[in-house]
Design a protein around this ligand. Sequence first.
Ligand code: ADP
Ligand code: MG
Length: 251
Amino acid sequence: MAHDTTHDTAFAGLAVDGLTVGYGKAPVLEGLSLTVPRGKVVAVVGPNGAGKSTLVRTISGLLRPTAGRIDYDGESLLRRRPDLVARHGVLMVPETRDIFGGMSVWENLKVAFDNLDPGGDEAAAFERVYTLFPILRERREQLAGNLSGGQQQMLAIARALLGRPKLLMLDEPSLGLARIVIRDIYAALQVLREQGLTVLLVEQNATMAVAFADHSLVLVNGRIVLQGPRETMAGNEDMVRHYLGAPPAAR
Ligand SMILES: Nc1ncnc2c1ncn2[C@@H]1O[C@H](COP(=O)(O)OP(=O)(O)O)[C@@H](O)[C@H]1O
Ligand SMILES: [Mg+2]
């Protein structure tokens, strides 16, 4: 960073305050506030249509909020273009994964690297993601479209990591994946957490997310109806599932 303009007392991490955003008439999120302290994992769980992707897209600069603040390390991300939000170290892995199926794994990574970290140390960056996901190194010459769903999710995460995120936002990383593959994805997230990465994790599949995150929020119809640290949320699983419209867990 060339020049650090943040104030000493600025909140370290992501601070969203009073965020109101939508696609037209009625707002999808209304007055939403949350923080992701630096080095922590925060989960936002909620049913389909709750506004989870809208939140992540808005932080990424893809949607313009009508009210509220979004700060990272005390600097506003509002009215920044998505590429500049990414340059600021705030990167997202979209729900759609957005990989190029007709390109090889390596080409997918190369495009991401050239976009996100031009002039960076390419060899070191590739080594980092191949160390995290050895299967991507093995499959580097294969078409991304021929990867399994879990491998495509790994590739999507690897692409974001090439932007050297301070904050990584993951939109439903476990969507459509088998339980054993979800475990692999979360194992990689654990490695990233141990390396100090700050993570905003959005999931409809609450069980894994709530058990993993330091703090979780339940979002329903654009509003936070329940939140708390892992200890209370993981012990409150039936309540979380109630809000998500899922039956209580079998015992
Ligand atoms: N591009 C869009 N245009 C209009 N409405 C949208 C668009 N994307 C999402 N919505 C609406 O916004 C609400 C929240 O959607 P979304 O943020 O995708 O929820 P989630 O990710 O929690 O499933 C839903 O009612 C959805 O229909
Ligand atoms: Mg979504």
